[in-house]
Design a protein around this ligand. Structure first.
Ligand code: PMP
Length: 340
């Protein structure tokens, strides 16, 4: 029998999928970890579960308690779904710039959603800081208490990737992995997988794929946090060294423009049946760069972070793409010529 007690047991152990076109183009084996196959359709289910379990172990989270978090959406969806199974309420603070689809999903999961204007981290009204203050207040007001998940600086996030995602990749490739690359939101995935792989083989190259508007490419190449430009991707693009990023074993950094990443998203759907969000495009673009740097014959793993339907109103909307001067694939605008 293969029966899961709840969706919690369906989190993780995601397949590694060969990305055929990227592999053929580079002569390498480029593999995508299918994190969109988690119950909440993103890699962040892992962090949500690990943070909740860690808080339970520390005795911080009581039955009927409230979990508060600032999130671009995916972590909130994971927290809400796992919270529903375990009997916790979720209160989510989200920047109003995130897609309607993610906000709708959060509401239908039962999360209480607070939308705030998107302002930089240095501003006290930044969504992360608002969520921290709210958690502190609710901890005093709620009968069963409240915790702040604090995914950016709570290393339980990274620990989940050290304990699971990294070892899964190692076992799925039987240790035959030469490089791992991904973008950073909190840094949990890159730092956690990087640490787990380096511990097993220190020759494995760990690479950052940074979108425009983030400051980490500059940091890992010059030592200075500096951001330029912007990106339509959501959930990634960090301006500071979070606690999760501290000590991350990063060997190489690439800066990737939307013009490079977005066509990759369309190709993955058109030729490989993979419907993905924008951060996966940055990641696969990074994997192709790393493949070219290492040369043919190498195996490179990246992360397919979340499912594309979450971005239908932006990434898969011709009007939105036009407004950003991004290429529109022919099939997105084509009307059917078949008469039924
Ligand atoms: N892609 C998407 C779509 C995300 O929501 C996130 C998390 N915010 C990431 C990538 C980055 O993952 P991490 O937080 O582990 O750096």
């Amino acid at each position: 029998m293969d029966i899961r007690d709840s969706i919690i047991e369906a989190i993780g152990n995601t397949p590694l999928i060969r990305l055929r076109r990227a592999s053929e183009a580079t002569g390498c084996t480029i593999l995508g970890k299918a994190e969109f196959m988690n119950p909440g359709q993103s890699v962040k289910d892992r962090a949500a579960l690990y943070i909740i379990r860690d808080a339970e172990k520390r005795g911080l989270l009581r039955p009927g308690g409230v979990i508060v978090e600032g999130t671009a959406g995916n972590t909130g969806i994971g927290l809400a779904l796992v919270g529903n199974v375990l009997g916790y309420r979720t209160v989510i603070v989200i920047p109003d710039t995130q897609t309607q689809e993610k906000k709708d999903m959060l509401r239908l999961c039962g999360a209480e959603l607070i939308e705030v204007p998107a302002v930089p981290y240095a501003n006290p009204n930044n969504y992360v800081k608002v969520s921290g203050r709210l958690a502190e207040r609710l901890a005093g007001e709620e009968p069963n208490g409240a915790i702040w998940a604090n995914q950016f600086d709570n290393v339980a996030n990274r620990d989940g990737h050290v304990a699971f995602t990294g070892p899964e990749i190692w076992e799925q490739t039987q240790g035959r992995v030469d490089g791992f690359v991904c973008a950073v939101g909190t840094g949990g995935t890159l730092a956690g997988v990087g640490m787990a792989l380096k511990e097993r083989n220190s020759d494995i190259v760990i690479a950052l794929a940074d979108p425009m508007g983030a400051a980490l490419y500059s940091y890992y190449t010059t030592g200075e946090l500096r951001a330029t430009g912007s990106s339509i991707t959501e959930g990634i693009g960090q301006g500071r060294i979070t606690k999760n990023l501290e000590g991350a074993p990063i060997d190489v950094a690439y800066q990737i423009q939307d013009e490079e990443a977005v066509p990759i998203i369309f190709d993955l759907l058109e030729y490989e049946g993979l419907c993905l969000g924008g951060s996966s495009g940055i990641n696969v673009a990074g994997a192709i760069r790393l493949a070219r740097q290492l040369g043919p014959g190498h195996t490179i793993v990246t992360v397919l972070c979340d499912y594309g339907t979450r971005y239908q109103s932006k990434l898969f909307n011709p009007d939105f793409l036009r407004s950003k001067n991004l290429p529109i694939p022919a099939w997105l605008e084509r009307k059917s010529t078949i008469n039924a």
